[in-house]
Ligand binder design. Structure first.
Ligand code: KIV
Length: 259
């Protein structure tokens, strides 16, 4: 067992919920870290909210390495977990080689998407001393095949697959598992059957912790707002207001303080 296993299993046992967020750069990592987050994910969601792609399927390992380095320089307390992007963990050996590059950039562990089918990759990573955060349910790297971000676990068959995936990733050695957009009843049922914590996103309150994309939390990506994400600040409007003031001041509009 690694230190993340101990830390997060203990937190689950004590009943203290785990709060996690994404970050993609030095300033946001520093702010999130200093605000007391339990862990930071350098998510491949950076493909959308930072790089402007329609989904995560164009993100490369080089993208993840660059942003992981920036986040790691800003986060002094919270462990930094980095996503293995699509196409970088097709075999156990490839997963370990890719993950080592993220660790060299400053990550403490990696996340990969998939359940039972990825048990060999998870096992190889853990044997190589690399902590793994698993991710089951809706898998954003498969959004094109799935035809959108749909709730998972609504049918008996899907629920059975998700239950089996949760057990498989735990047995393979993951330190925690993200449950993405799983029916809340199923997510609440899975948590107590596992020793490792469940980290929910759009899966209801019955998980051992929650994770959100920072931009959804602070309103910095107003063009797509997942229904489940409670926006707690309006950063896009704050930036827009400051820019409008600045433009008016530079142009010498009446009543504006010069820049
Ligand atoms: O890429 C991402 O940001 C994620 C989520 C779980 C937030 O995978």
């Amino acid at each position: 067992m690694n230190d993340l296993d101990h830390r997060f299993r203990q937190q689950k046992q004590s009943g203290q919920k785990i709060a996690a967020l994404t970050a993609y750069d030095y300033p946001t990592a520093r702010i999130v870290d200093e605000a007391g987050i339990d862990f930071i994910l350098v998510g491949d969601s950076l493909g959308m909210v930072i790089l402007g792609y329609p989904d995560t399927t164009s993100v490369t390992l080089e993208d993840m390495i660059r942003h992981t380095g920036a986040v790691a320089r800003g986060a002094k307390l919270a462990p930094v977990i980095a996503d293995l992007p699509i196409g970088t963990y097709g075999s156990p050996a490839q997963a370990v080689a890719s993950a080592r590059q993220l660790l060299a950039a400053g990550a403490r562990g990696v996340k990969l998407e998939g359940g039972s089918a990825l048990a060999p990759q998870i096992r190889a990573l853990v044997e190589a001393g690399i902590p793994v955060l698993a991710h089951i349910g809706m898998l954003p790297q498969r959004v094109r095949e799935e035809g959108g971000y749909k709730v998972k676990g609504g049918t008996l068959e899907e629920a059975g697959v998700i239950r089996d995936d949760a057990v498989a990733v735990q047995e393979a050695g993951a330190f925690a598992v993200v449950l993405e957009i799983i029916s809340p009843g199923l997510a609440a049922e899975i948590g107590p059957t596992l020793q490792i914590p469940t980290i929910g996103i759009g899966s209801g309150e019955g998980c051992d912790g929650q994770i959100l994309v920072l931009h959804d939390l602070v309103g910095l990506y107003p063009w797509f707002k997942p229904k489940f994400a409670k926006q707690r600040a309006d950063t896009a409007s704050a930036i827009s207001g400051a820019v409008r003031d600045y433009v008016a001041a530079v142009r010498g509009d009446t009543g504006m303080t010069p820049p």
